[in-house]
Design a protein around this ligand. Structure first.
Ligand SMILES: NC(=O)c1ccc[n+]([C@@H]2O[C@H](COP(=O)([O-])OP(=O)(O)OC[C@H]3O[C@@H](n4cnc5c(N)ncnc54)[C@H](OP(=O)(O)O)[C@@H]3O)[C@@H](O)[C@H]2O)c1
Length: 329
């Protein structure tokens, strides 16, 4: 057992429950890898779990270390591990790391132990901080866009376009030749999303999406906001259009008009709860290539000392951050 530090919570509550303390953790098992954390990105789900809005399902959840994803360097490998070596740059996410399953401590720690098959490696010349900032939100954007199956030149609405998922989706879709319509709650971040490749920007406080675009006018929608926009998202789709929902930031109870659904719409969704190691490796290979080539700009990065994770949670809850908060041990 080695001594190291990690954030833990002993009960649900506010950011002040996030305490940096010494922990003693076992070395990796035969099929596991120990990672020295370089960056742990903060996700909204971490806040929901901390508050108790998305309770941990195991019988004795506390003490609990949050964190759904980590970028780091392999520190130690178990006896049966092949294909990963000490010193390799890796990223891991979800697959029961730090989520509601409470099976193992999450990413807010100096070291993280995970099964070897939950990792993706990337070349040391790829910027690790940019990979961490893209991480889960870029994988989510990639999975959502894959379900939209956009032909070149297709028009796609991206909700929450200035956010983590949305900004990665704007960059990935426009890099593939789609015409991206970026949706923002209000004016102010237009230059940012246009810089990522958006051809047009819609502000929800100025007009609803339907009023701005007109009925049956676009090929696809990547939905991240949910309740506030879902009816309009289906109304703007052309006959046979596709929608993939990956987030419901404004509420999970959705409505739509039956007349829109009759237009042979294809509505689906994706959750990173279902991400596998093979899928992660496939996406990270592409994301790392785009990052290295400067073709996938990361969201704005805000660094926090990991011991000060509470400040990151506070600022996200107050709506003060655009982009990604990264915890640095
Ligand atoms: N399916 C999955 O596995 C998965 C994975 C990751 C995330 N998600 C979900 O995806 C959603 C977006 O995550 P994220 O990390 O991209 O969040 P984020 O970085 O906070 O971005 C949120 C985006 O939505 C906009 N927004 C905020 N409040 C809004 C409102 N009331 N009406 C319309 N737009 C609003 C924000 O605009 P401003 O910047 O102007 O505030 C921003 O563009 C969340 O619900 C998250 O839980 C799902």
């Amino acid at each position: 057992m080695s001594a190291e530090h990690a954030i833990e919570i002993d009960r649900y509550g506010g950011p002040e429950e996030l305490v940096w303390r010494e922990v003693r953790r076992a070395p990796p098992g035969a099929d596991e890898v120990r990672i020295r954390t370089l960056y742990a990105a903060v996700n909204r789900a971490d806040l929901e779990i901390r508050r108790g809005d998305w309770p941990i399902v195991c019988s004795e959840p506390f003490p609990y270390t949050p964190g759904l994803e980590v970028v780091g360097v392999v520190d130690d490998v178990g006896d049966r591990v092949t294909g990963v070596w000490p010193g390799a740059h890796v990223i891991t996410m979800m697959q029961h790391l730090g989520g509601i399953w409470g099976e193992r401590p999450g990413g807010y720690g100096e070291f993280v132990v995970v099964p070897a098959d939950t990792l993706a490696t990337f070349a040391p010349e790829v910027d690790a901080e940019q990979m961490a900032a893209l991480g889960l939100v870029a994988v989510t954007a990639a999975e959502g866009l894959a379900r939209l199956d956009l032909p070149p030149g297709a028009s796609v609405v991206v909700h929450g376009a200035s956010g983590g998922v949305g900004s990665a989706a704007v960059a990935l879709a426009s890099a593939r030749g789609a015409e991206v319509i970026a949706v923002l709650p209000r004016a102010g971040k237009d230059d940012y999303v246009r810089g990522l490749g958006a051809a047009r920007v819609v502000h929800l406080d100025a007009s609803g999406l339907l009023a701005a675009l007109g009925p049956r006018s676009v090929d696809a929608v990547l939905e991240t906001t949910g309740a506030r926009t879902f009816a309009d998202s289906t109304a703007v789709l052309r006959r046979g259009g596709r929608l993939c929902l990956v987030g419901a930031l404004t509420g999970a109870q959705l409505s739509l008009s039956a007349w829109d659904l009759l237009q042979e719409l294809r509505l689906t969704g994706w959750s990173s709860e279902n991400l596998t190691g093979d899928e992660l490796r496939e996406h990270i290979a592409l994301i790392a290539e785009l990052v290295h080539g400067g073709l996938l700009p990361p969201p704005a990065i805000h660094r926090f000392a990991m011991a000060d994770a509470a400040a990151a949670h506070e600022q996200i809850e107050a709506g003060e951050l655009t982009g990604r908060a990264l915890l640095v041990p």
